[in-house]
Design a protein around this ligand. Sequence first.
Ligand SMILES: [Zn+2]
Length: 323
Amino acid sequence: MELESIIGQERPIRFLTQMLRERSIPHAFLFTGIDGIGKQKTATALGMALNCLSPVGVWACGECASCQKVISGSHPDMIGVKPDGAFVKIDQVRAVSRQLRLAPLEGNWRIVIINDAQAMNLEASNAILKILEEPPKGTVIILTASQTTDLLPTIVSRCRQIAFRPIPYEKVAEVLVDLRGLDRQMATTLAVSTRGSLGKALSVDGEKWTTWRMRVLEQIATLSIKSIQPIFSFADALARDKERLADALDMIMSWFRDVLMCKVSPGRIINRDFMAKIHLASQGRSVTELLEKVGAVHAAQTAISKNSNPRLALDVMMMRVLK
Ligand SMILES: [Zn+2]
């Protein structure tokens, strides 16, 4: 995994470089941050560096037999776990645990990467905790998660936490221009509306995404409590579009956050192409009222991420944000 492909994460990389240089490798890491900003790539790069046969500086060469196996996903000492459906299950952790009882097969180090560790159910969490309590020698366990509060505190306390920040919008936009040939305006809108998640920005169709974003924002800007029917049809449409629901809620969140910012720090508004409408929406509203709206969207996001009925959560949210 070439380090150059990890963009905008200078701080975590600097920290890991230092650690590799000193050969003081903790037995467990927790990489936190939103999806699509390089946590998984960095975890792979770290595993690859530890087992590289001819490292360049402290990082992997990308060319030796060990690196080639990591790149093709066939290195026997790189063990990856990701949610099976909605959860990381106990059987998956048990399988890892069984493998860890044996010595590494090829490398000096065995690397276990558990992606989306927040998806571990309680049983799986407890099984991981057991591994973390008595870490096998030569093993590095890397958990990735959106935030520490999604995990058992006992797990968090046993890991070295490294926070990955969203990638600066300008950098994401630059990559989109270079790799996707998008024009600068669309690249910037896409970077902003995917909140600095390069992975997300690269995974969507730029044109479709921006059209859809315009529609969501236009709708949320024009809905009014005075006319109930459109509110419920909007909530209904959002709830049915399961694949894009989380993204739509992020957009709605960015809208209310912007309306709040318009009051307190207009320079930080992100949906700048909606400036006039954001300004209008902030008029006659107090900061307290606007904070309540941001809180309402956050509550809906939390409820839906915990598998509540989306339609119900959205109806409640709409009532709170539009009153
Ligand atoms: Zn190598």
